[in-house]
Design a binder for this molecule. Structure first.
Ligand code: C2O
Ligand code: CU
Ligand code: CU
Length: 499
């Protein structure tokens, strides 16, 4: 649909690139690269996208960066709570079927929350809030809704044990005890997670707090603080979603990029600092994102602010990952770009000026976990098991508790993989990366995470303090966030118990 046009090809022809760089473009998917602060420019992105296609033989509908984007970015509405006398905020979600205009042709059957055409409203919570969220299932099948990245009691976590039968309502009730962050919610019914998310059921959660260091950051939702939910999709000839599970090491990867359900989007923004909240809600695809026309400054990882802003040339987001970035938009358009798809989102100045800024030097104090705090060590190995995928030699069993963690312990987990590409995600806790292949994390990886990329070339060591909630009966999940793998068994369960 969006082919490479003449000017792009000319630039490719003009750019002097070697076989090495083609190799790098392919390898970049298995290797987080943090390059020094150099503006590489449009040519790099075009070339690496083309090189990727040539070198790795993948075809996608690439968006040409030198033509204006077609469609205004859809911004999910904010869900307003009702607040009772005691200050408790009540949110109501309803998951059901809907129809969405993805392709400006035929309407596509989708799932969504609250009658939106696709996806769900954004929940904006505040640290210290007490919230009650009801989820009513208007589908004709069982589902669940999980708060990905949230530190909540196990029975409120919405994992695969918190079934919501058709026509019934499940209620989660928790206090927001974690700092500002971008989280998300999505179905988590074992065996159907990939399909329910693929059909459109997912939404963003924004947690805000009173951190004075962040007070000058852009924070006006939909104006200079933009949700960017990235998903790749395939469509049938009838414009319907072409869902498939791919048992291969990469999972199912599709050809058309959507942002908040919009194909080839632009968003009008003020000049000055603009925040993008990036969420990879794809089934299996990893993106290597950069910014064209301005610097990309990463300010937050999965679990909240980094210690300080980090200027990056590229950031990799694997399925489940979030990153918050700041772009200082000038007089002309800037763009979020991916090295496979080309342009992801055009940021078009609308003539107004952002009231945000300046960008602070320090954002948060990250209390790093030291070796001496570690009380328990565990190892996790991701591998193929028959036609499925497993962890430590077994497939998911809903009736088996795999690990028991004691409340108050600080655990160190070493994660490796045999074959395939994986994303380690753990519920309830935000962890820190201690090392990747023996090296300490780069500044942009040294904050809080709940999802991290793992493949056979990487040994990832993480640590976590289990110091919030315990429940002797209800487990939390940890799993691969490549949804094909998760549904095919790459998930296990742990209890946090208070003894
Ligand atoms: Cu995004 Cu187990 O979750
Ligand atoms: Cu989760
Ligand atoms: Cu996996």
């Amino acid at each position: 649909m969006f082919g490479l046009n003449g000017p792009l090809r000319r630039r490719f022809a003009l750019g002097v690139r070697t076989a090495d760089q083609r190799h790098v473009a392919c390898e970049s998917l298995t290797d987080i690269r943090r390059r020094v602060v150099v503006r590489v420019g449009l040519i790099f992105w075009v070339v690496s996208a083309v090189a990727y296609l040539v070198g790795c033989g993948e075809t996608v509908n690439q968006v040409a960066m030198d033509t204006p984007a077609d469609v205004p970015l859809s911004i999910p509405e904010l869900l307003e709570p009702t607040v009772d006398m005691a200050g408790v905020a009540y949110y109501d979600l309803k998951i059901g079927t809907s129809r969405h205009d993805y392709q400006q042709t035929t309407l596509t059957d989708t799932y969504s929350y609250n009658g939106m055409s696709v996806l769900g409203p954004t929940l904006r919570l505040k640290t210290g809030d007490s919230v009650v969220i009801s989820v009513t299932n208007e589908l004709d099948q069982i589902t669940t809704t999980h708060w990905h990245g949230a530190d909540v009691p196990a029975e409120d976590d919405g994992g695969p044990h918190s079934l919501i039968e058709p026509g019934t309502t499940w209620v989660a009730d928790f206090d927001v005890i974690q700092p500002a962050a971008t989280l998300w919610y999505h179905p988590h019914y074992h065996g159907s997670t990939a399909e329910h998310i693929y059909r459109g059921a997912a939404g963003m959660i924004i947690i805000e707090d009173d951190n004075p260091a962040a007070a000058t950051l852009p924070a006006t939702y939909g104006v200079d603080d933009i949700p960017v939910i990235i998903q790749d999709r395939d469509f049938t000839e009838e414009s319907q979603l072409d869902f498939a599970i791919d048992a291969g090491g990469r999972g199912n990867q599709d050809r058309t990029l959507t942002v908040n359900g919009t194909i080839n989007p632009f968003v009008e923004v003020p000049r000055g600092l603009v925040r993008l909240r990036l969420l990879n809600a794809s089934q299996a695809r990893t993106y290597n994102l950069g910014v064209e026309g301005a610097e990309m400054i990463k300010i937050a990882s999965d679990g909240g602010y980094l210690a300080s802003p980090v200027v990056l040339d590229e950031t990799m987001i694997a399925p489940g990952d979030r990153a918050e970035i700041i772009i200082d938009v000038g007089e002309s358009s800037a763009a979020l770009v991916d090295d496979t798809f080309g342009r992801v989102l055009e940021l078009r100045p609308n003539g107004s000026v952002s009231s945000a800024g300046p960008l602070p030097d320090k954002l948060a104090t990250i209390d790093r976990i030291s070796e001496s705090e570690i009380t328990v060590d565990r190892t996790f190995h991701f591998d193929k098991i028959g036609d499925g995928w497993g962890i430590n030699g077994v497939l998911m069993d809903m009736n088996r508790i795999d690990e028991t963690v004691r409340l108050g312990d600080t655990e160190r987990w070493t994660i490796t993989a045999e074959t395939g590409r994986h994303v380690f995600h753990v519920h309830q806790t935000q962890f820190q990366v201690l090392s990747i292949n023996g090296e300490p994390p780069q500044p942009e990886e040294a904050g809080w995470e709940d999802s991290i990329f793992v493949d056979p070339g990487r040994e990832v060591v993480i640590a976590s303090r289990f110091n919030s909630y315990a429940d002797n009966d209800t487990p939390y999940m940890y799993h691969c966030h490549i949804l094909d793998h998760e549904d095919l068994g790459m998930m296990r369960q742990f209890l946090v118990i208070d003894e």
